[in-house]
Design a protein around this ligand. Structure first.
Ligand SMILES: CCCCC/C=C\C/C=C\C/C=C\C/C=C\CCCC(=O)SCCNC(=O)CCNC(=O)[C@H](O)C(C)(C)COP(=O)(O)OP(=O)(O)OC[C@H]1O[C@@H](n2cnc3c(N)ncnc32)[C@H](O)[C@@H]1OP(=O)(O)O
Length: 257
């Protein structure tokens, strides 16, 4: 039995909802890993981590906080309600799943080729590394399993400014990469973005809440094609549309294997 906290995975895998639940419980042992990981020694090595050095309770950044506008909260409540349905007086899991989000993906990836241990320890998921609530990327992703799609409710903070008063195109691309990448990871397992095409149609005002809708287009061998539309919260205005190509990788790819 591996000691608690030996394996902590923050993020998403194809069989990842189980992992996410387990990550939510903060610790699990190797027996909990999907079989596919047990066939990837380097990947599994990459998942070997020591206990959480900063806090005994990792924070789920996709939960409401005081910076969320009433509109953000309303959309969260709407999709969150779809995660649970009532049938014959019994509460059951709905088609939608709220995905938790932590500020690390893999903690202490021991197989790292270039990173010093110090750098690995300091590494943070880009979209979750601004500590002040509301200043950067505030978002929550809801996955629709049967439809192979997801929706992200995104509130853009003041540190994401590009054109005066509006969101930087790189910040928009970051969100699109993250949400399309999340869906691709859920559908196809560990992936990397190979191609991302972006059409910026109308600027996004800072502080506004937008929806990032992503859907599976097709899977061809190792290639997963995802389409994406960023709209105003009432869906009336199109801000950005995009397509992404994700290639399934063995996680060893990230560690020089
Ligand atoms: C990323 C994490 C994975 C690990 C999972 C762990 C934890 C997950 C946790 C959380 C995840 C949650 C959320 C996700 C959050 C953020 C997502 C961010 C994602 C990124 O931000 S990720 C960084 C940017 N990303 C890169 O840094 C990639 C650099 N790159 C490479 O690492 C290689 O380039 C690679 C692997 C992409 C391919 O390399 P490769 O050797 O495996 O494949 P190869 O080149 O042979 O191509 C095979 C077939 O794909 C076609 N093909 C290739 N590239 C193409 C292109 N660009 N356009 C059109 N077609 C293309 C070929 O034409 C051929 O096609 P065909 O077979 O038909 O001939």
């Amino acid at each position: 039995m591996l000691r608690q906290g030996l394996y902590v995975v923050r993020g998403l895998y194809r069989d990842g909802l189980k992992l996410i639940r387990l990550a939510g419980q903060q610790s699990f042992n190797r027996a909990h890993l999907p079989a596919s990981y047990c066939h990837q020694p380097i990947g599994v090595r990459a998942l070997t981590m020591s206990s959480w050095p900063f806090s005994s309770k990792p924070r789920d950044y996709s939960l409401p906080n005081e910076s969320w506008s009433p509109e953000m909260q309303k959309l969260y409540d709407h999709y969150n309600a779809l995660c649970e349905v009532e049938e014959e007086g019994e509460k059951k899991r709905g088609a939608w799943w709220r995905l938790p989000s932590y500020n690390r993906t893999l903690k202490y990836a021991t197989g790292g080729r270039c990173l010093s241990k110090l750098l690995q320890a300091k590494a943070r998921l880009f979209t979750r590394n601004i500590e002040e609530p509301g200043a950067g990327f505030e978002y929550v992703v809801f996955l629709n399993k049967p439809e192979k799609s997801c929706v992200c409710v995104f509130q853009a903070g003041h540190l994401l400014e590009g054109p005066p008063g509006h969101v930087h195109g790189g910040a928009i691309a970051t969100m699109i990469d993250s949400v399309t990448g999340t869906l691709a990871t859920y559908l196809s397992g560990p992936v990397m973005t190979a191609n991302l095409n972006m059409n910026y149609r109308s600027p996004i005002p800072l502080g506004s809440v937008v929806l990032v809708h992503c859907a599976l287009e097709k899977v061809e061998g190792r290639k997963t094609f995802i389409s994406c539309r960023v709209t105003s919260s009432d869906r009336a205005k199109l801000h950005t549309d995009a397509t992404g190509l994700f290639l399934t990788i063995n996680v060893g790819h990230l560690f020089g294997a």
